[in-house]
Write a protein that binds this ligand. Sequence first.
Ligand SMILES: Nc1nc2c(c(=O)[nH]1)N[C@H]1C(S)=C(S)[C@@H](COP(=O)(O)OP(=O)(O)OC[C@H]3O[C@@H](n4cnc5c(=O)[nH]c(N)nc54)[C@H](O)[C@@H]3O)O[C@H]1N2
Ligand SMILES: Nc1nc2c(c(=O)[nH]1)N[C@H]1C(S)=C(S)[C@@H](COP(=O)(O)OP(=O)(O)OC[C@H]3O[C@@H](n4cnc5c(=O)[nH]c(N)nc54)[C@H](O)[C@@H]3O)O[C@H]1N2
Ligand SMILES: [Mo]
Length: 762
Amino acid sequence: MSNVVPGVSGYQGPAGGWGAVKAVAASVFSQKAVARDIIAMFRMNQVKGFDCPGCAWPDPGHRSPMELCENGVKAVSWETTSKKASPEFFRQHTVAELWHYSDFELENIGRLTHPMKYDAATDTWQAVEWQVAFADIGEQLRNMASPEQVEFYTSGRTSNEAAFLYQLFAREYGSSNFPDCSNMCHGPTSAGLTPSIGLGKGTVELDDFEHCDLVICIGHNPGTNHPRMLTTLREVAQRGARIISINPLAERGLERFSFPQSPTDMLQGHATTLSNEYYQVKMGGDASLLKGVMKALIEMDEARILLGQEPCLDRAFLAEHTHGYQELYDDLHRCSWAELELDSGLSRNQMEDLADRYDKSNATIICYGLGITQHKNGTENVQQLVNLLLLKGNMGKKGAGICPLRGHSNVQGDRSVGINEAASEEFLVRLEGRFNISVSRKHGRSSVESIRAIERGDAKALICMGGNLAVAMPNPQRTFEAMKKLELQVHVATKLNRSHLLMAKHNYLLPALGRTERDMQASGIQSVTVEDSMSMVHASCGALKPASRWLKSEPAIVAEMARATLPNSPVNWEDMMGDYALIRDAIADVIPAFSGYNVRIAEPGGFRMDTPASRREWKTATGKANFVVSRERAVERQNQPADSLVLATLRSHDQYNTTIYGMNDRYRGITGRRDVAFLSQAEADAHGLVEGDVINIQALDDSGTPSADRVMYGLTVVIYSMAAGSIGAYLPEANVLLSLDAVDTQSLTPAYKSVPVLIRKA
Ligand SMILES: Nc1nc2c(c(=O)[nH]1)N[C@H]1C(S)=C(S)[C@@H](COP(=O)(O)OP(=O)(O)OC[C@H]3O[C@@H](n4cnc5c(=O)[nH]c(N)nc54)[C@H](O)[C@@H]3O)O[C@H]1N2
Ligand SMILES: Nc1nc2c(c(=O)[nH]1)N[C@H]1C(S)=C(S)[C@@H](COP(=O)(O)OP(=O)(O)OC[C@H]3O[C@@H](n4cnc5c(=O)[nH]c(N)nc54)[C@H](O)[C@@H]3O)O[C@H]1N2
Ligand SMILES: [Mo]
């Protein structure tokens, strides 16, 4: 059946393997970046190289000769391309014309080469002198009625040095509005882990994977998003430890892997089985599933005690280290199996099996991603993972703990150095003291709040340190219109994207150096630092010739904007811009966790930020690790029509967030197209659909009422191994179905992975 639908063929091979090698060659070739790339690849994630701008998975201490992966190569060739978006190009194409380019075509024009200013009369971007741009931006910012009308967005590739200067500039200016890409992915991680274990980050390090008995992978897709993790999972599997995956979709990267850098794997066609068990939970059903597993574990524990056998729970740990067990116990006791089964889409038997396998492990790591966080109950979801770990003392011991897979390569570092709309008083006092400035104590805005403020007209200017904010946010129907109300918009970017085409009154596009490029300042070539998913901070030093001689580094752009905006600033902007070691000294003075920064990053591999929960020190209000009862649901199913489904937005294998590298999604068997919707066979049957049928998808609100404008037309049905009750479509195209008001109640992260929808044959 599947071979009659163009571009839909299924995929039989393992993740990695020859497919990955071919894709590497194709992406280097298509970006015309061959010679430059080869040098770049060899330097990526090596002790003295640059940090891969792809994902935030850490580098192993004992490196393989080339620590790189297919999607890292795509990210690097995309940046090191010889294609250029030059002033000449912009002269020939109006913004109205560029609007009709696809997201792929926009970025594929190439690297931005000059600072540009938008000219409304000709509807074109035109080259401008850097100093003219800075002077004008500075004057406009000074003339704002209030600094609180300005939003400072950060996308997580920005280095610690640039991010620290950026927040210093914003705070000295008087704003504390820091919308950030982490508000769109791991907001629930910070919001959930902090009250639970007193640390808003993961507790494990790479070494723990060498000592665990079990890894549970829930709601993340490493084959595409963290491909270097497959090497670690392969080692886990090969030494006989178990891997359990919990995901509505059968993801090839969680099933089988052939290591492209292993001659045996490649020449003998060998692949390692990764997951021993795979549970296809319903989209949005994780909290119920996790409750079911905990309920089963506790019931098993009670039975064992009655029989005089070894209990399941770690009672000594519970007594000494945790708070709130009784409340959790009571809640689980009240939950009915029928309800848990309905919500999770899994049977009581399956949840009991999972509990049994979890019980058999003496050291368990739980890895998770956006399948857990991007829901209305995202924060509580994260806390249920912690609850499960705590029951058996799997926190703060070797081979055990929690492992959020962060997104952008420095999203965690940006938060660590002060990109925070609600920074602590201690941080603000130290910042003021260090620079002799005074800063606002106002609780600022995060991403969703920023868009709403722009829409209301309360925010008038938006500065973006990278990213593609308007396209990354839900509901372009509202978000795009809001952006056009701005007075001033400044984008610091490497490539053109759709956010740059939503014109405010005044618009600047400032081209930045990328991670791979040499950054020469007054004191010589500069390194920057980044923090990975496991809290390791290390240096990254670009080596390639910049794409254009007019590019500036992000720290330099921030420092120059600050000088132009704040002529009487007591901050030594020029010195810091000329020597990033001075920025690191300042960070160390303001944030004690970075003390000795410059010395510590000189060590091979860098240093690890302090993670007290890893040694069972709980920086919480109770001084213990807290059990948190789950009370919310991703979707109130009883409000929804019986034939509704829950939609999650998905990444293809050929994209990096809003950056589309190509039209294929190899591991899901899709070639040359993105206009598809993934559905299980059972759900297709129930709706009278077959593969290849074309459908429209209509979003529903919380009360089950169909939305008039959140509709997506003309998607081709692809039958896929996935949970019933669920449907998947690609971001950013499917963002039209999302509501700007459907967010995690605690972190305000949009519910990108659980939109109630109806489907109809077109
Ligand atoms: N190549 C590449 N690398 C990337 C990125 C990229 O776009 N491309 N993006 C980067 C960024 S910013 C981030 S944040 C990370 C994202 O990395 P991931 O966290 O892996 O994000 P996704 O691919 O959006 O979703 C992960 C998985 O969640 C599953 N899922 C959907 N709904 C549910 C649910 O309700 N429950 C469960 N249990 N699972 C569900 C999906 O089937 C999918 O397999 O990756 C980073 N790395
Ligand atoms: N429906 C749906 N929407 C989502 C998600 C989802 O799962 N579903 N995921 C969300 C997530 S996890 C995230 S993190 C956001 C991502 O949101 P963003 O971080 O805002 O978006 P990106 O697509 O990563 O940004 C791409 C742009 O960054 C710029 N860029 C690249 N490298 C550099 C650099 O080195 N310096 C500078 N200054 N600019 C650079 C380029 O101009 C490029 O066009 O999207 C969110 N949107
Ligand atoms: Mo992300």
